[in-house]
Design a protein around this ligand. Structure first.
Ligand code: HEM
Length: 214
């Protein structure tokens, strides 16, 4: 291994001090923009989100949910490839942000789109398979969010906690299928997310095979 790579690895053992504040700023910014933009569109007709702000913000938060799910799945490969072990604890943080964006996506749908009409909500659920798939992903994400505290990790034990949190793979696949079904024709963007997910899965399968062969 070259000296420069060794030096880089030594430097990367510790978490840079700016990392956590920067992560929170970057992760919160889309939420602030989304909520403020929607409020100004609905209250002052500013058209920040265009002529149909409710649909647009629903899509906006849906896409941010998937970005954060993929970012969560990027942590392990990044940590392993660069030796940044300090990154491991940010996996839970990113996962919680994914859950937060999912709740904003769901609120945009339930509160603004369907306006908490439980009759419409149940009809949508029964008649639109992509809503059913989205709801399945949401329900699977709840136990992950609930068990993301240090206390819950201790209570469950590392192995059980890890096994439970493997549900993120199922959730990510359901999220991408939901995206494909929601857009119907223009599949460019969901295909991009699917390709990203395929690369992340391929990395894990390759590591798993290497471990078995060793
Ligand atoms: C992990 C779970 C979920 C993910 C990752 C996700 C993501 C997405 C994405 C990326 C879109 C399309 C955005 C675009 O077209 O640019 C979308 C659309 C949508 N999602 Fe979700 N979603 C999830 C769960 C849900 C849930 C629980 C609901 C409601 C019960 C829901 C309702 C909708 C609706 C109504 C649309 C818009 C469809 C239309 O264009 O009419 N989603 N979602």
């Amino acid at each position: 291994m070259s000296d420069s790579l060794n030096a880089m690895r030594r430097r990367s053992v510790l978490e840079p001090q700016w990392f956590v504040p920067a992560l929170f700023v970057v992760a919160l910014l889309p939420a602030v923009i989304g909520v403020a933009g929607t409020a100004s569109d609905l209250l002052a007709d500013t058209r920040f989100f265009g002529s149909n702000p409710i649909k647009a913000v629903e899509h906006y938060f849906g896409q941010w949910t998937l970005r954060f799910i993929l970012a969560t799945l990027c942590i392990t490969p990044t940590r392993q490839l660069l030796g940044w072990n300090w990154l491991a604890k940010q996996r839970r943080t990113l996962g919680l942000f994914a859950f937060g964006y999912l709740m904003l996506h769901w609120l945009a749908y339930a509160l603004l789109d369907v306006q908490l009409d439980w009759h419409d909500l149940t009809i949508d659920l029964a008649k639109r398979p992509y809503i059913m798939i989205g709801m399945a992903a949401l329900l699977l994400m709840v136990p992950l969010a609930v068990t993301s505290t240090k206390g819950m990790i201790r209570r469950l034990g590392g192995q059980r906690w890890n096994r439970l949190h493997q549900l993120i793979y199922v959730i990510s696949v359901l999220g991408v299928i939901h995206f494909f079904m929601a857009v119907k024709k223009d599949i460019g963007q969901p295909a991009l997310f699917a390709a990203g997910l395929a690369v992340l899965f391929a990395f894990r399968v390759q590591r798993w095979r290497a471990r078995r062969a060793a």
